[in-house]
Design a protein around this ligand. Structure first.
Ligand SMILES: *Cc1c(COP(=O)(O)O)cnc(C)c1O
Length: 398
């Protein structure tokens, strides 16, 4: 086995796909301390800056005092506390749906819901850029998998028309996690109607951030439970905590409680985490300035980067990637930024398609304009002026 593992790791290294972990020793904020040196981080999903909020910390402490640290069992045994239950009711109200069901992670929510809904005779239709957990969920369900090119509605229509599966489920990210653009939800919903398919939206990056009141990509398009019966949200990104949920009809949730294996066969989330998530929903509402600030910073970044001719993607969310192509290039750019005190992780295949390795820049409500100025200055130095011996990746003029 050692020989096999060594060669597997060598291949990863040679392809510039080797992953390493940064150890930091500071609260989760845009300012991280690594080896005693301060950095500005532009890659967390803590979009609203709630992870380090004093009220959430208090709620977590109070939850632990009240309910203990561990939940002790699965939800169906003795793991389901009032904190979990109240959070589910509040998530249902927040998303405007009949009910919601908590899962330990978004990954598990996706596995649970897709495997509960589909079997081997069914068909699932996924955008090519869907999150890995959705692809894994589809594989685990054993349904026929059809992948359509990113947001390509004519292809989706063709695939749906050809399918005679008894149940068809269209799955998409609401906000795409690595590109930051938004799914063509009105078209998807229309096609679902035409071809009698169900729709599931994973809005891990939209909820809390996008839409008039932060209800995510569905709110942007005025879509509800009738059009999108299955909504998945996470609590570890904009809400700054941990966990995930599925929101939908009474029947959907009851069916998931009975048959979603990643719900049934696992220990319930620590109740204190549920208590912190409850507080997060309240704070996100009360401090709506966070969302406004975040989107203002996004506009500020885009204006500055455009002025410097940095090649942005078509994203109006806090996810602002700069695609560089090769994995080596993305790694080198990330390393050069790091030397300048900035953390922007290089995202490489298989997280993104071959040849589209990138710097995935994300913004937080806690960034300041001067942090963004510094980021843009460093991006120009590294990518355009090619200081630091970087071999030039972005050609903005030709
Ligand atoms: C992060 C993410 C998940 C996984 O959520 P976790 O709670 O981190 O497991 C699922 N779907 C999408 C689109 C994501 O970005």
């Amino acid at each position: 086995m050692q020989t096999f593992l060594r060669s597997l790791l060598q291949q990863r290294q040679q392809a510039a796909l080797y992953r390493t972990r940064q150890i930091h020793n500071s609260p989760q904020t845009p300012r991280l301390v690594i080896n005693g040196r301060p950095y500005f981080a532009f890659c967390s999903n803590d979009y609203l800056g709630l992870a380090n909020h004093p009220r959430l910390k208090k709620a977590l402490q109070h939850g632990a005092e009240t309910y203990a640290v561990g939940s002790g069992a699965s939800h169906l045994v003795t793991g389901h506390t009032q904190a979990h239950h109240a959070l589910e009711q509040e998530l249902a109200a927040y998303t405007g749906r009949e009910r919601a069901l908590l899962f330990s992670t978004g990954y598990m929510a996706n596995l649970g819901v897709v495997t509960a809904l589909l079997g081997r005779h069914d068909a699932v239709f996924l955008d090519k850029l869907c999150h890995a957990s959705l692809v894994d969920a589809a594989l685990l369900s054993r349904a026929h998998i059809h992948r359509y090119p990113h947001n390509d509605m004519p292809t989706l229509a063709r695939l749906l028309a050809k399918s005679s599966a008894p149940h068809k489920l269209i799955i998409t990210d609401g906000v795409f996690s690595m590109d930051g653009d938004i799914a063509a939800l009105p078209n998807i919903v229309q096609l679902a109607k035409t071809y009698q398919a169900w729709v599931m939206v994973d809005d891990a990056h939209g909820l809390g951030v996008m839409g008039q009141t932060g209800r995510g990509s569905l709110e942007m398009y005025g879509l509800g439970e009738d059009e999108v019966p299955v909504l998945v949200g996470t609590l570890g990104k904009a809400f700054g905590v941990f966990g995930a949920f599925v929101a939908g009809s009474e029947l959907l949730i009851e069916a998931l409680i009975q048959s979603a294996r990643s719900y049934i066969y696992t220990t319930a989330l620590p109740p204190a985490v549920a208590a912190a998530a409850r507080e997060s929903l309240v704070v996100a509402e009360e401090e709506a300035w966070r969302r406004e600030r975040l989107l203002a910073l996004m506009t500020y970044f885009r204006a500055g980067a455009t002025q410097q001719q940095l090649p942005l993607m078509d994203s109006l969310t806090p996810i602002q990637p700069i695609v560089l192509g090769d994995s080596e290039k993305a790694l080198a750019a990330s390393a050069a930024l790091y030397k300048r005190g900035l953390i922007v992780t290089a995202i490489r295949p298989p997280t993104v398609p071959q040849g589209t390795a990138r710097l995935r820049i994300t913004l937080s409500a806690l960034h300041q304009e001067n942090h963004i100025d510094r980021l843009i200055e460093a991006l120009v130095a590294v990518l355009v002026q090619r200081i630091d011996g970087f071999d030039g990746l972005v050609s903005t003029t030709d």
